[in-house]
Design a protein around this ligand. Structure first.
Ligand code: SF4
Length: 679
């Protein structure tokens, strides 16, 4: 019988019907009843069945290179964390977790660190993915709510994709966009590269990297001139700082913006005219916006445009941050970021009191913890003395990954829980704990539009692998908090999360999570549901006065190329691979699309640097260097390079992209600026 579950990969969150065909084999189909995909799957989801074998799995706890019992490994982890906290204080330890965790895993890890250890030093690889969107939402709406759904795409007349190769990175959403375009909607793509998505757009603006604020401010200035501002909406629902329109008046005429963004004025005019004339606009944005040193300002420039034109809370009109990972949103709900507490609460005294009372915990984190880049910097400086990495591979994926490796090597105690035995990060671990993989564990995930779906076990746990929530709970119990971590099953954790989200004098923060019955009743058959309805449909926002905020943002000066580093390096994903390929690398058919990492180079730059198509090219930045096979393509802007993020020491001698970006982050969100590295 087919089991309903959810795809392990991206934030689209497609429903799957999985039918076991053998001890470790499964037939995968799209779930026609799931609202995210209506039965469709992309190449990665379709080939999930090729990734469920046990080759390369970590199946037993390991202390150093020796197999250990669970008791021994867990006792050691609990003792080292407890001793470190006793000797150096709670902020001397940290967890670095992942958008691959299920909500229940995330909840328990967050509870242990913030409520019991008493530090907020738990951050997630989602920091690398969408934290600028979170910070932008907080500034504009007073809370982190995505005010859009996939159904808005079906109702939009204009869809603007900013910094998103949606055709490759969110293929099922892209199919929905194509269907809407076939019915008459217009597609505009804003991206420095002529990607597969841009290729099919009605208009592609090959913007200069980092000039998004100028582009969106110019759009708003144009809309104002064209009479497309919704004055009534602004008057009733939005607070506008005195300086806002004045700041917008300077340097946002068509010609100035065209110069800043390095765009033909005619193309820019066409975009602005389309925008001004089309109330039902969805602006969907992703890593090209978020992974920037000005990521939060770029997000707010988009939100400003939608708020000022009243294009929010209405069908077919919304700004839409599409998340990368399968459960980035679930992590946001339970407080998986160092900058939030739980149930979308911040660290205000009243929120700390609510959460501590609910958890009956001995302490509660007093302030936000270290964000990812700062966390690994603190590790390198010896301020973090015990680190637990769960379900992620920072030795590959963090910017300036060479420095991250040095920091991991110097840390007195590193724990890695993972499904794979041999990862780049696991090589630095003192203790490795075998985690349950997709298809073995039960829990929930929340996708980009806030639909919560169940992931369900298809196979028994192999070897001694255990779910992450169980591993973390065991450590919590052994640190001395037995009753607080006495969970028997993920349904217990889900129900606690739901109760916390409704707890407090203010009525709670995640309003519409459905409760379920006792035991596993209700949880087992929990059907996909979207929480929060249509946010802001009533025009009320989560600020003290109920109004959203226009945030005055200015375009930062764009640096000219440096003499020693004359090129600009951008990074991104391939269609058929995921993160550091620990799963997609197992599916031979997925390797056919792109068998090796390529550096994409414009023909002018190839001639300038003597690079041959198909030859090898060394890409260097101030942080490090790596070798790629060169692909000379006119889809790349002159002066800019593009490389993929997936290849690692384990999979290749070249293509080590993590070594190249700067360890610098957006000042508001802490999201690393992976894009536009001098090279
Ligand atoms: Fe999985 Fe994303 Fe593909 Fe859907 S679009 S099948 S969630 S990888």
């Amino acid at each position: 019988m087919a089991i309903k579950t959810t795809c392990a990969y991206c934030g689209v969150g497609c429903g799957i019907l999985a039918t076991r065909t053998g001890e470790r084999s499964v037939h995968i189909q799209g779930d026609p009843d799931h609202p995210a995909n209506h039965g469709r799957l992309c190449s990665k989801g379709t080939h999930l069945g090729e990734t469920v074998g046990l080759d390369g799995r970590l199946l037993h706890p390991m202390i150093g290179q020796r197999r250990a019992s669970w008791d021994k490994a867990l006792d050691l982890v609990a003792k080292r964390f407890r001793d470190t906290v006793t000797q150096y204080g709670p902020d001397s330890v940290a967890f670095y977790v992942s958008g691959q965790l299920l909500t229940e895993d995330y909840y328990v890890a967050n509870k242990l660190m913030k409520g019991f250890i008493g530090s907020a030093n738990i951050d997630t690889n989602s920091r690398l993915c969408m934290s600028s969107a979170v910070a932008g939402h907080m500034r504009a709406f007073g809370e982190d709510v995505v005010p859009a759904s996939y159904a808005d795409l079906d109702a939009a007349d204009l869809i603007v994709l900013v910094g998103s190769n949606t055709a490759w990175c969110h293929p099922i959403v892209y199919q929905r966009i194509r269907a809407r375009c076939a019915a008459g909607a217009t597609l505009v793509v804003i991206d420095p590269r002529r990607t597969e998505t841009a290729e099919e757009a009605d208009l592609h603006l090959a913007i200069r990297p980092g000039s998004d604020v100028a582009l969106m401010n110019g759009a708003l200035a144009w809309c104002r001139e064209a009479g497309a501002i919704d004055e009534r909406y602004l008057a009733n629902h939005v607070a506008v700082p005195d300086v806002f329109w004045k700041a917008l008046g300077d340097g946002h005429d068509l010609w100035s913006v065209a110069r800043t963004c390095d765009l033909p004025a005619g193309e820019l005019r066409r975009f602005y005219e389309l925008l001004a004339a089309t109330p039902r606009t969805v602006t969907m944005f992703s890593q090209g916006v978020n992974q920037s040193l000005a990521g939060t300002d770029q997000v707010n420039a988009i939100l400003n445009l939608h708020l000022a034109t009243g294009r929010i809370g209405r069908p077919g009109a919304a700004p839409f941050s599409i998340t990368g990972q399968p459960n980035a949103m679930g992590g946001r709900e339970v407080g998986g970021l160092a900058t939030t507490l739980a149930a979308h609460r911040d660290f205000a005294p009243e929120n700390r009191a609510v959460v501590q009372r609910f958890w009956a915990s001995p302490t509660i984190a007093r302030k936000p913890g270290l964000k990812a880049v700062d966390l690994f910097r603190a590790l390198g400086e010896g301020r973090i003395k015990a680190l637990w990495v769960m379900a992620t591979n920072p030795a590959v994926s963090m910017p300036d990954a060479g420095r991250v490796r040095e920091a991991l090597a110097a840390c007195p105690f590193v724990v890695v829980s993972d499904v794979i035995a041999d990862t780049d990060t696991g090589a630095f671990a003192h203790v490795r704990l075998p985690a349950a993989a997709w298809g073995e564990k039960d829990g929930t995930v929340t996708n980009s539009e806030r639909t919560v779906s169940r992931q369900r076990a298809l196979f028994p746990l192999p070897g001694e692998a255990r779910p992450d929530w169980w591993i973390v709970s065991q450590v919590g119990r052994r640190m001395g908090w037995k009753s607080a971590f006495a969970y028997d099953r993920p349904a217990d954790i889900w129900r606690e999360h739901v109760r916390l989200s409704r707890y407090g004098d203010d009525g709670g923060r995640v309003f519409t999570l459905p409760t379920t019955g006792g035991g596993n009743a209700g949880y087992d058959d929990l059907a996909p549901f979207r929480w929060g309805g249509t946010p802001f449909a009533d025009g009320r926002f989560a600020t003290p006065d109920g109004r959203a905020r226009l945030v005055a943002v200015v375009q930062k000066p764009l640096a000219a190329p440096l003499t020693n580093w004359p090129l600009t390096l951008n990074t991104g994903r391939y269609r058929d691979h995921w993160h550091s390929m620990t799963r997609t690398g197992l599916a031979p058919r997925l390797a056919r699309h792109r068998a090796e990492p390529l550096v994409e180079v414009h023909p002018d730059d190839a001639a300038r640097f003597g690079i041959a198509d198909g030859g090898l090219a060394r890409v260097a930045t101030p942080q490090g260097e790596s070798v790629y096979r060169a692909s000379i393509v006119a889809t790349q802007r002159a002066g800019e390079l593009f490389v993929p993020i997936h290849w690692t020491d384990r999979t290749s001698t070249g293509g080590r992209t993590g070594l190249l970006p700067r360890p610098l982050a957006d000042p508001h969100s802490g999201q690393p600026g992976f894009k536009a590295t001098p090279a």
